[in-house]
Design a protein around this ligand. Structure first.
Ligand code: NAD
Length: 273
């Protein structure tokens, strides 16, 4: 069953589940991206800093899947923040991808100490107007950062990609996103496997005959968020996509909610960068 799709606030659609390619070596990225698309993925989440945009583009072309069926994400790295630097950085990403446009470009981190994210956002608005990127969003932004870019530009990001997994459920931020019409997208959705052995995950896995990773990915789907797990193995790619043929019941969702500890795997966006 193909992944469901979510509507962005600019009218475009995004597949609910996609492939993340952080830490995938450039040399193997093309083959993994092509294999994922052939297995049914339609969203590939990359970034300039991942160092594998050329492989991301090459894999999409090699897959045989028409370009207009694939949703490509890239991100502006912290050192490229600021208006002119961002315009240059996105052109460089497009050149490495070998594409005229991408479906989504995000500000990778707010890096509040630099105080450049509003200028960076203005550059993304310009790139959208120029057709170089179709939709624009952010990553690792908190409520204050969101309110600032919206207040200063009037343009609401389509999506905020944040760390979200059973130990860090981001309920307050998800509520804010819902009020603002922003899609939540989960990074490190499997939480480094730290909840695989938790009783609610194991119990739901036993009932449904699914793996702990599939239960957790299904939990993301039922939260209504978009999710971008990373796997580099063919079996892992197939397993992670196969989460649209079962449903966690309300008791299982409630038990998953109780796993929240507010504990991060990654850095704190208030101080990172
Ligand atoms: P993830 O939660 O997707 O987990 C990846 C790890 O889980 C790998 O070690 C993989 O081998 C393992 N795994 C994958 N499928 C599995 C399965 N079915 N069973 C058991 N183990 C499995 O973590 P991630 O890569 O950190 O995050 C996903 C994507 O999010 C990244 O690839 C990247 O695209 C994006 N990301 C964005 C940011 C950001 O700041 N915006 C930060 C980190 C990651």
């Amino acid at each position: 069953m193909p992944p469901a799709r979510l509507r962005l606030n600019d009218g475009h659609m995004i597949p609910q589940l996609g492939l993340g390619i952080w830490q995938v070596p450039e040399a193997t990225t093309a083959a993994i991206v092509a294999a994922a698309l052939q297995a049914g993925y339609r969203l590939v989440d990359g970034a300039a800093i991942y160092g594998n945009e050329a492989g991301q583009g090459e894999g999409i072309r090699a897959s045989g899947v028409p370009r207009d069926e694939v949703f490509v994400t890239t991100k502006v790295w912290n050192d490229d923040q600021g208006y002119d630097a961002t315009l240059r950085a996105v052109e460089a990403s497009l050149a490495r991808l070998g594409m005229e446009t991408v479906e989504l470009c995000l500000i990778h981190w707010p890096t509040p100490a630099r105080n450049l994210f509003v200028d960076t956002w203005r550059a993304l608005i310009r790139l959208k107007e120029d057709g170089r990127v179709r939709s624009i969003g952010v990553s690792n932004f908190n409520g204050d950062h969101l309110e600032r870019i919206i207040g200063e530009t009037g343009t609401v990001p389509v999506l905020n990609q944040v760390e979200l997994n059973p130990r860090l459920q981001q309920a307050e931020l998800r509520d804010l996103h819902d009020r603002l019409g922003i899609v939540t997208q989960s990074w490190t959705p499997l939480g480094q496997g730290r909840s695989f052995d938790a009783a609610p995950v194991q119990t739901a896995a036993a009932r449904t005959g699914k793996s702990p990773a599939q239960v957790i990915l299904r939990w993301h789907v039922q939260l209504g968020v978009s999710v971008i797990p990373r796997s580099t193995r063919p079996e892992g790619l197939a397993e992670n996509l196969d989460v649209f043929d079962f449903i966690l019941n309300p008791e299982e969702m409630a038990a998953m909610a109780a796993l929240d500890e507010g504990a991060r795997c990654g850095p704190d966006p208030m101080v990172f960068g």
